[in-house]
Design a protein around this ligand. Structure first.
Ligand code: SF4
Ligand code: SF4
Length: 307
């Protein structure tokens, strides 16, 4: 079976097949707290966790960023659709008699360790022609034959350390180092957004400033589709009309989207949302207290300035 062709059937631009190999460096850095808590679910010991597997299949879902960076980060929409595509691909592999299970492993590290792609100064994985505009999905497989993989001789270094990403960043990238605790993207899923970042959020689900600033990335942008723009309207979301946004971003995103909508009402100066935010404050208890306090105060101050 040609897994590259099969991956394409499910919308993946590239599919890589690697041996189930250990990655001690990643495990050591992980134990030392170098990565954010979203990585805690990943295994430090792939061979112990998947003793039956003889291959790790990593699939690349490439996406095109939106022209307007202030609505929603296209990455998360690609990530959600790739998640569902991978589920279907796993079902297909099982039908073909191949044992296959979603991999909880650090795909980027595995690819780099195998000499595939390049790590940029913004700490993202780069693969031509997509640049860093990719989402990775992976699965452990039990194939009839073990994977033979020889590391490419030349793992090209793409980043020229121009520091444009660092200049565009809010502080996570500094003099060649990366501090995930200062990266807005780290707070888009499970961790609460620290107060100092609230004024910096400009879009739902992410920050792509370091990618947009990178001259090595593709320049192509696509318009935000009308249905996406409508789904990610902060006013609609704080009024409870979040089902379309959840469909695009993922089932588990409801509370995160409401939190981010509240912040965006303030950061986009949507003074007309103030009565709705006050109403939400009455009905939501402590759930969004920090974000509501921030947004209501910002918009009340804004209204006073306008008067
Ligand atoms: S995602 Fe945003 S905050 Fe994080 S490193 Fe890139 S520019 Fe900085
Ligand atoms: S902006 Fe420059 S330094 Fe940053 S990742 Fe791109 S090439 Fe490297």
């Amino acid at each position: 079976m040609n897994l590259q062709l099969l991956g394409r059937e499910y919308g993946f631009s590239e599919t890589f097949l690697l041996p189930n190999a250990p990655y001690e460096d990643w495990a050591r850095h992980h134990k030392g707290g170098a990565f954010h808590s979203n990585t805690d679910a990943l295994t430090d010991d792939p061979i112990g966790t998947y003793p039956w597997a003889n291959a790790c299949m990593i699939c690349v879902r490439a996406y095109e960023p939106f022209e307007d960076p202030d609505i929603v980060d296209a990455y998360y929409l690609a990530s959600n659709s790739a998640y569902h595509a991978m589920k279907q691909l796993l079902d297909r592999l099982k039908q073909e008699g191949i044992r296959a299970e979603r991999a909880d492993t650090p795909f980027r590290t595995q690819l780099l360790q195998a000499g595939i792609g390049s790590c940029m100064d913004n700490r993202l994985w780069y693969y031509p022609p997509y640049g860093t505009y990719v989402h990775l999905e992976g699965a452990m497989l039990q194939l009839p034959e073990p994977v033979e993989y020889s590391r490419p001789q030349h793992n090209e270094q793409i980043c020229d350390h121009c520091s444009l990403c660092e200049k565009a960043c809010f502080g996570a990238l500094h003099e060649g180092s990366f501090d995930w605790k200062k990266c807005i993207r780290a707070y888009m899923e499970n961790l609460p957004m620290p107060e100092e970042f609230l004024p910096k959020q400009n879009a739902f689900l992410g920050c792509s400033r370091c990618q947009r600033a990178c001259p090595k990335n593709p320049l192509k942008r696509i318009p935000v589709p009308d249905h996406v723009r409508k789904a990610f309207d902060p006013l609609r979301i704080i009024q409870g009309e979040y089902s379309e946004a959840i469909q695009l971003a993922g089932k588990n995103m409801k509370n995160k989207l409401i939190r981010q909508a509240i912040i965006l009402c303030a950061n986009n100066n949507l003074t007309e949302t103030l009565p709705h935010l006050l109403k939400l404050k009455e009905t939501s208890g402590e759930k969004y207290a920090k974000e509501l306090q921030y947004a209501i105060l910002c918009l009340q101050n804004k209204k006073n300035v306008i008067k």
